[in-house]
Design a protein around this ligand. Structure first.
Ligand SMILES: Cc1cc2nc3c(=O)[nH]c(=O)nc-3n(C[C@H](O)[C@H](O)[C@H](O)COP(=O)(O)O)c2cc1C
Length: 410
């Protein structure tokens, strides 16, 4: 059922007006305006209208929404980054009333059954945090079942299965991207996960098992996952051999989305709000987009996307503000975000060294979007304590906050 969760937070009638005005002012073109208005209406109208209205080409897909997903932008699993402090940072920039799904980093199902939930930093969650999705790494029911049972105690929104990690020690166990080599077995992993999960189950996979992307192969593979009961799929549109570099093939995601009955989310190279809107719009027709590295440089990207869609609410404590836009404003906000990140790391984790390392890794991932990002990262590695780190970041912000690039070559 589509709840009325949009109702309170998002005055869509007002937002349609403002989108129309903005659309006219910027001469974005009638099509974009129509699409954005339809989106606002689709998201905020009552259940009856939303379900009865057939999707049209001028309207973004609503298949994820029907599954209960609150917002069509998801934040990706990233080892070393997608911990509770990062998730809280993203939420601190999310307009009140929106609940985007944020993934945990991949979690080994071999280890989870014997781990204490309160003793492992990677599975720490915030109080009342309901919209997180643990990503499972594994392929055996005897480990997957107890892992799910344990994680359910944390109150996740759903589970994701990793079919994209190319790291060597993971391949040894036939986990991650190796599952792409055996369609029947990969489908079995979905079936076994569904057997034990009362919550939605998704799969995050690569667009190609080896060096190339192949639409026929991907069509058959994703069809098998759909038949096995996957609730949605996220396609990282780069083949295994490319790692995280180069452009992602969004067209391939779009092609698969048109062939599957379940929602398809595109991942890879989504760096700006405009990228996301283009993928969600009629040109690509994606059900959702997933953002990884760009969320480390602009953790407010969901705010930017929501604002462009007509959302009039701001994040907690930012009422009346618009999201930062443009290199200088975003560069300034980045310093503020870094300080929030340090606060969050201190709230959830112990150990000066640990906190500084986690912070530096976060900075290293976003640094390439700044002309002087490397110098900033190097500065953070020189901190002797967390309070020193805070001083260094503050000093950098006061002296010369860097200006972000909108897009870079990944
Ligand atoms: C530091 C880092 C860690 C990652 N860890 C995971 C992971 O745990 N699970 C996963 O499915 N993908 C992982 N990825 C891949 C991302 O989720 C994403 O698919 C990839 O970075 C492409 O998206 P992007 O171009 O938006 O960065 C990781 C990527 C990075 C950069």
């Amino acid at each position: 059922m589509i709840s009325d969760r949009w109702g309170d937070a998002w005055d869509w009638r007002a937002s349609v007006d403002s989108v129309l005005l903005r659309g006219c002012r910027k001469a974005e073109g009638l099509f974009a305006v129509v699409w954005q208005c339809d989106y606002a209406a689709a998201l905020s109208c009552n259940e009856e209208t939303a379900l009865n209205k057939e999707p049209s080409t001028s309207m973004i897909r609503r298949r994820l929404e029907r599954l209960g997903v609150d917002f069509p932008v998801l934040i990706a699993p990233m080892v070393g980054i997608s911990h509770v402090a990062f998730r809280e940072l993203i939420r601190s920039y999310t307009p009140v009333g929106l609940n985007p799904l944020i993934f945990t980093e991949m979690l080994s199902t071999r280890r989870l059954p014997s781990e204490r939930l309160d003793a492992v930093n990677e599975i720490r969650v915030a109080e009342g945090e309901g919209y997180f999705v643990p990503q499972l790494l594994g392929n055996e029911e005897r480990f997957i079942a107890p892992s799910i049972e344990k994680l359910l105690r944390l109150g996740p929104w759903g589970f994701d299965i990793n079919m994209g990690c190319p790291v060597e020690h993971i391949l040894k166990h036939n986990w991650g991207v190796r599952l792409l080599g055996d369609r029947a077995y990969a489908a079995d992993v979905v079936r076994m996960t569904k057997r034990h999960s009362p919550l939605p189950v998704s799969v995050k996979l690569r667009g190609g098992a080896d060096a190339d992307l192949d639409v026929t192969w991907l069509d058959e593979f994703t069809a098998a996952l759909e038949d096995a009961g996957a609730d949605w799929l996220t396609i990282h549109a780069r083949p295994r051999a490319r790692g995280h570099t180069g452009e992602a093939n969004w067209r391939l995601c779009s092609e698969i989305a048109s062939r599957r009955g379940i929602p398809i989310v595109a991942n890879g190279d989504v760096q700006t709000a405009d990228d996301a809107l283009s993928l969600l719009g009629p040109d690509f027709g994606m059900d959702g987009v997933m953002i990884a590295r760009a969320a480390c440089v602009r953790p407010w990207i969901i705010w930017q996307i929501a604002a462009r869609m007509g959302c009039t609410t701001a994040p907690q404590g930012r009422a009346g503000e618009l999201p930062p836009e443009g290199g200088i404003a975003e560069g300034r906000e980045y310093v503020r975000a870094c300080l929030t990140m340090i606060d969050q790391l201190e709230t959830y984790f112990e150990g000066d060294d640990y906190i500084r390392k986690k912070f530096s890794f976060f900075v290293a991932t976003g640094a390439r979007w700044f002309p002087f990002g490397h110098a900033f990262w190097a500065l953070t590695t020189k901190a002797k304590s967390v309070s020193h780190l805070r001083e260094l970041v503050t000093g950098w912000g006061e002296r010369s906050p860097d200006s972000t690039y909108a897009r870079i070559e990944l």
